[in-house]
Design a protein around this ligand. Structure first.
Ligand code: 13P
Length: 251
């Protein structure tokens, strides 16, 4: 059985007081998960605080980005080993905001993915098309190129220790969710493309959907056969919504 997963991406939100309040409310409202896994990807300065808050809970810790190099003169950057030091299990790589705002290309993302795995973390590799690309009917080509950069660099077997998140750029933070069928079509394309290289890896791969997932649309999305959970932005900052989304993935 494929692992079900709900990952919260806090992006650049929170402070010490809010983090504590949010996590206490989530843990109190949902002491454990029957099945599946839950992770919160928090801003770097709060890794230590959140690591402590999550001790002896079922929620795993993740980060939102990682540098591709092991160490060196890279002012302002954070290495995979540093994240490891704080007990990070997961790290998001290639989020569309990193690609669009910070100019990360497929090659850089592929190196970050490899760096995360080298430090025994599970990369959550984000792929997705813009609205222009969808309108131009090149969604599959865009996704293929993003995936292929990682497969060429790390090999298809590396996906055994990875998660893919399909996040259509036009659905992120816009309130415009992909329909369950639109998302399923791309998820199925991703799984089939990987199956051509290795059917076993493809069938065991967790593929998340991200982009305006909310408490009221999560169940329909997660009911689709190739959608194994979600990468949640805004709704991961509201305890009741995040709990409800985590519950949807277990049904
Ligand atoms: P929203 O859920 O706020 O649309 O964000 C999605 C996202 O970018 C998660 O990584």
């Amino acid at each position: 059985m494929r692992k079900k997963l709900v990952a919260g991406n806090w992006k650049m939100h929170g402070n010490k007081e809010q983090n504590q309040e949010l996590l206490n409310a989530i843990i109190a409202g949902m002491p454990r998960m029957r099945s599946g896994e839950c992770v919160v990807c928090v801003p770097y300065p709060y890794l230590s605080q959140v690591q402590l808050l999550l001790q002896n809970t079922f929620i795993k810790l993740g980060a939102q980005n990682v540098n591709q190099f092991a160490k060196g003169a890279y002012t302002g950057e954070v290495s995979a080993e540093m994240l490891n030091d704080f007990g990070c299990h997961y790290v998001i790589v290639g989020h569309s905001e990193r690609r669009a705002v910070y100019g990360e290309n497929d090659q850089t993302v592929a190196l970050k993915y490899a760096a995360a795995q080298k430090s025994n973390m599970v990369p959550i590799l984000c792929v997705g098309e813009t609205s222009e690309q969808r309108e131009a009917d090149v969604t599959e080509q865009v996704i293929f190129k993003q995936l292929n950069a990682v497969i060429e660099n790390s090999g298809v077997s590396s996906l055994v220790n990875a998660v893919i998140a399909y996040e259509p750029v036009w659905a992120i933070g816009t309130g415009k969710t992909a329909t369950p069928q639109q998302a399923q079509d791309v998820h199925s394309y991703i799984r089939k493309s990987i199956a051509m290289l290795d059917p076993e890896v493809a069938s065991a791969l967790t593929i998340l959907y991200g982009g305006s997932v909310k408490a009221d649309n999560a169940s329909q999305l997660f009911a689709m056969p190739d959608i194994d959970g979600g990468l949640i932005g805004g709704a991961s900052l509201i305890a009741t919504d995040f709990i409800s989304i985590c519950q949807s993935v277990q049904n």
